[in-house]
Design a protein around this ligand. Structure first.
Ligand code: PSV
Ligand code: MN
Ligand code: MN
Length: 392
């Protein structure tokens, strides 16, 4: 192998994985939420837990918020929350807007046929940009549950026009260092036509909006068999890959731990990211988790997820580019495939253990977390009040 190990290590030390506030709270399926003891009751307690993930992994310095799930009151509420994060070695990351949990949004939010409801939804998005100003967050993440359940229910093209209008208004409001990340999802909760169902639709809107609008790829938002790495490679080439919502899926939008269902797919995605230069900070590709830990302990699951991203990244970085390129150019199909598989089949855990030791961390973050006593402490202390949860 001709790969420069010190460069691989440097890239792994520089990579950052953003954790989502909602993954620390209770979640479940539509059948049942199994509440866990010690779960945060406030956005501040979510940050306390996120600080543990960063403490033990060293690469999770930012936390995404979801508004209004993480609403804080008062004129300086969000600035105070950002300071609270700062005191714990964290920064607030993407602000995720929520225009899908209000009775008004039954027929959609920004694509709703009723102008009053569109106004309300767009105002919420603008409020989210105000929050970004207060927290120093750079990314506004937009996911819309908008769509229709029945053919004829609403005009597909008109809905695109309404969506475009709202996006343009919010785009105008963005500051110089702020971006809008548009997320797509092929179905759910709309089952006939979703208004942003795929990367093509998201890309078309972002292209029209301008350079501050980019696409976010949620790995759980594709039909089975979709070649996600192809989408990643294409968006990256076009400078439109804003980042990822990482999770893994067996069936639909399962929101399971990234790298659990299909670590090979995650490797292929990370290979295209690395190959396209997306690990360089200046490309702005954000590696975010969007997961729910319904039955497993949340903090160690998030630590595990961060490690899974690191393992896939490490393997992607180990691909011997010269060997691969030579095989590709000479048309040697098997050697080219072998170059990728050699990297994928490498056990990178010792390399990552070394990287952690060089960062002054325990080589085994899950074991270190378990030994820290934090789980016992939060179970003892977080009694009373209402636990935070998905949708709370
Ligand atoms: C929608 O399924 C989604 O992936 C969006 O990113 C939301 O913000 C998130 O899930 C909520 O869990
Ligand atoms: Mn998502
Ligand atoms: Mn999702």
């Amino acid at each position: 192998m001709t790969t420069d190990l010190s460069a691989v290590k440097a890239a792994l030390k520089a990579q950052a994985v953003e954790t989502p506030s909602w993954a620390y709270g209770n979640s479940g399926t539509r059948f049942k939420v199994f509440a866990q003891a010690g779960v945060p009751r406030t956005p501040q307690e979510k940050l306390d837990d996120a600080a543990r993930v960063h403490e033990f992994t060293g690469v999770a310095p930012t936390v995404a918020l979801h508004i209004p799930w993480d609403r804080v009151e008062g004129p300086t509420g969000y600035a105070d929350l950002a300071s609270y994060a700062g005191e714990r070695g964290l920064k607030l990351g993407a602000i995720n807007s929520n225009v899908f949990q209000n009775d008004d949004y039954k027929l959609g939010s920004v694509a709703n046929p009723d102008p009053r409801i569109r106004r309300k939804a767009t105002d919420h998005l603008l409020d989210c940009v105000d929050i970004m100003d207060a927290t120093g967050s750079q990314d506004l993440k937009l996911w819309f549950a908008d769509g229709t359940n029945y053919p004829g229910q609403d005009d597909i093209a008109d809905r695109q026009a309404r969506l475009g209008e709202a996006l343009a208004e919010v785009y105008e409001r963005l500051g110089d260092n702020q971006r809008m990340l548009l997320e797509y999802k092929f179905f759910e909760p709309a089952f006939y036509a979703t208004d942003v169902p795929d990367w093509g639709t998201a890309y078309a809107h972002c292209l029209k909006l301008g350079p501050k609008a980019q696409v976010v790829v949620d790995t759980g938002h594709h039909a089975p068999g979709t070649n996600i790495e192809f989408i990643v490679a294409t968006l990256l080439r076009e400078n439109k890959l804003g980042g990822f919502d990482f999770n893994s899926r067996f069936y639909a939008d399962d929101d399971l731990m990234v790298g659990a269902a299909d670590p090979f797919q995650l490797f292929r995605i990370m290979y295209e990211v690395a190959r396209g230069g997306g690990l360089k900070a200046e490309t702005g590709v954000a590696f975010m988790l969007d997961q729910c830990h319904n039955i497993e302990a949340k903090i160690p699951a998030i630590i595990r997820s961060v490690m899974n991203v690191q393992e896939a990244t490490a393997k992607a970085l180990l691909v011997d580019a010269d060997t691969l390129r030579a095989a590709q150019q000479s048309g040697d199909v098997l050697e080219a495939n072998a170059a990728l598989m050699d990297a994928y089949n490498t056990d990178v855990r010792p390399l990552l253990a070394e990287v952690r030791e060089e960062l002054g961390l325990d080589p085994d973050p899950v074991a270190a977390y378990k030994a820290s006593g934090w789980a016992e402490k939060i179970i003892a202390e977080r009694v009373g009040g209402e636990q935070a949860g998905w949708g709370a």
